[in-house]
Design a protein around this ligand. Structure first.
Ligand code: PMP
Length: 444
């Protein structure tokens, strides 16, 4: 099996059908904002492996740090001893936490595992069992994370019964209420907070509710930023009832939205925060942070895992933190974000294709374009044109044919932009041009 075709056929035969793929191809190389495939294709990467390679593929500083660490110590095991990169990483993270109370760290491998740990911690910290998560939220595929995930049935279909004690409440996204996109943000916040109050009165009493779990920008649920007033309102409800607030920054964290953590925009203090993805730019590493006076309630030995806090992944993450500062990555996010939103908004105003675009939204370089969807409940003919079938998938496919790797998200017709945070102005412009051309070809 040496030719690309043979390799793909081999993979199709021997890799479980439970994994879907955007393209039947073999990725062989990543360099900065580009990826190459065995079949000779090279693409501009606006996926970053789902928001992971935020400093571009194989950033030399990060790869070098990992390679050097490989020659010193590859595996230490967190229940045997500390390792140096693990402690250095905490030193880097402490000053950038969204609140100074977040001072107790625990590293894991994946976002799902971080969520599992956060759920276990919330139960121990409060002595309560239930968790409320957001409709449209995504938190992972392991059993606890799957139970709090409410973005698509494919993640739970056939896998019931799930972990009990999970309730959900609507995220302030106009679809949740069947409203047209012009519903005011204030109205959405008011409706959503009211629904949350109802859950606490009708389904899970505060004294049974350990935590409320939220992504500050819905990721797999459609790239929808939570209005700041909603986050502040949820914090207030948590304070009223001694419920913990778990903020899932697995996708939004580490600069994706222009600050280290998205929750900073709202000033809201998380009791527990999870992060992963961009943290180590591609090495498997996640982190759960909380307050020491809470984490001291955990029994020694109750947390841990063979690879948790791996020194190579931690060394990569230390390098990521250094690169963020030295290369002024957050400044680039802000500059490129304005250009990206301006380009997408001008497409929305295009007389030929604009009517198919119902929303352009996002913060930093976590940006989405939403096309009309046949799922909309409205009888408004403007929202139900015949062109609307699978628009997002068709646009993303056309982008790939033109050399831009880009993803869809949610049950609606949403294309998401997750370019590298250090992408050049020229590459961003090129990606925007490919996207605009693809939209025009698909819609015309
Ligand atoms: N939380 C959020 C917000 C995510 O976006 C994801 C992954 N898309 C996860 C948790 C799960 O992370 P992982 O795939 O690393 O288990």
């Amino acid at each position: 099996a040496t030719s690309a075709d043979n390799l793909v056929a081999f993979g199709q035969r021997h890799v479980t059908a439970g994994i879907s793929r955007l393209t039947e191809a073999v990725m062989t190389k990543g360099e900065g904002s580009h990826v190459s495939f065995e079949d000779g294709r090279r693409m501009l990467d606006f996926s970053c492996g789902i928001g992971v390679t935020n400093l571009g593929h194989c950033h030399p500083r990060v790869s070098r740090a990992a390679a050097d660490q490989c020659m010193d110590l590859v595996h230490a095991q967190c229940s045997i001893a500390f390792n140096l990169p693990y402690l250095r990483l905490i030193e880097k993270l402490l000053p950038i936490m969204p609140h100074p109370s977040l001072d107790s760290f625990y590293f894991w491998n994946s976002g799902s595992e971080a969520i599992e740990a956060a759920l276990k911690m919330a139960r121990v910290f409060t002595g309560r069992q239930n968790v409320i998560s957001m409709q449209g939220g995504y938190h992972g595929r392991t059993y606890g994370a799957m139970a709090v995930t409410k973005s698509k049935t494919v993640y739970s279909e056939g896998f019931f019964p799930l972990m009990p004690g999970v309730f959900s409440t609507p995220f302030p996204y106009w679809h949740q209420f069947g409203l047209l996109p012009d519903a005011s943000e204030e109205e959405l916040v008011r409706l959503s907070l009211y629904q949350l109050e109802l859950v606490l009165k009708q389904q899970s009493a505060p004294k049974d509710t350990a935590a409320i779990l939220i992504e500050p920008v819905l990721g797999e649920g459609g790239y929808v930023p939570a209005p700041l007033a909603f986050l502040q309102g949820v914090r207030k409800i948590c304070d009223q009832h001694d419920i913990l607030l778990i903020v899932d920054e697995v996708q939004t964290g580490f600069g994706r939205t222009g600050k280290y953590f998205n929750i900073e925009y709202s000033g809201v203090r998380p009791d527990i925060m999870t992060m992963a993805k961009g943290l180590a730019n591609g090495f498997p590493l996640s982190c759960i942070v909380s307050r020491k006076n809470l984490t001291d309630k955990l029994q020694p030995g109750s947390m841990g895992g063979t690879y948790a806090g791996n020194p190579v992944a931690c060394a990569a993450a230390v390098a990521v933190a250094d690169v963020f500062k030295e290369e002024k990555v957050l400044d680039n996010v802000s500059a490129r974000s304005h250009e990206l939103l301006a380009s997408l908004n001008s497409l929305r105003n295009d007389p030929e294709v604009g009517s198919a675009i119902v929303d352009v939204r996002g913060v930093g370089l976590m940006v989405a374009v939403e096309f009309v969807s046949p799922l909309y409940p409205s009888g408004d003919p403007a929202l139900n044109p015949s062109v609307s079938k699978a628009l997002a998938t068709r646009v993303a496919k056309r982008c790939m044919e033109k050399g831009l790797l880009i993803l869809t998200t949610s049950i609606y017709e949403v294309v998401r932009f997750i370019p590298p945070l250090n992408i050049s102005q020229a590459d961003l412009k090129k990606g925007c041009e490919i996207f605009a051309a693809s939209v025009k070809e698909v819609i015309r």
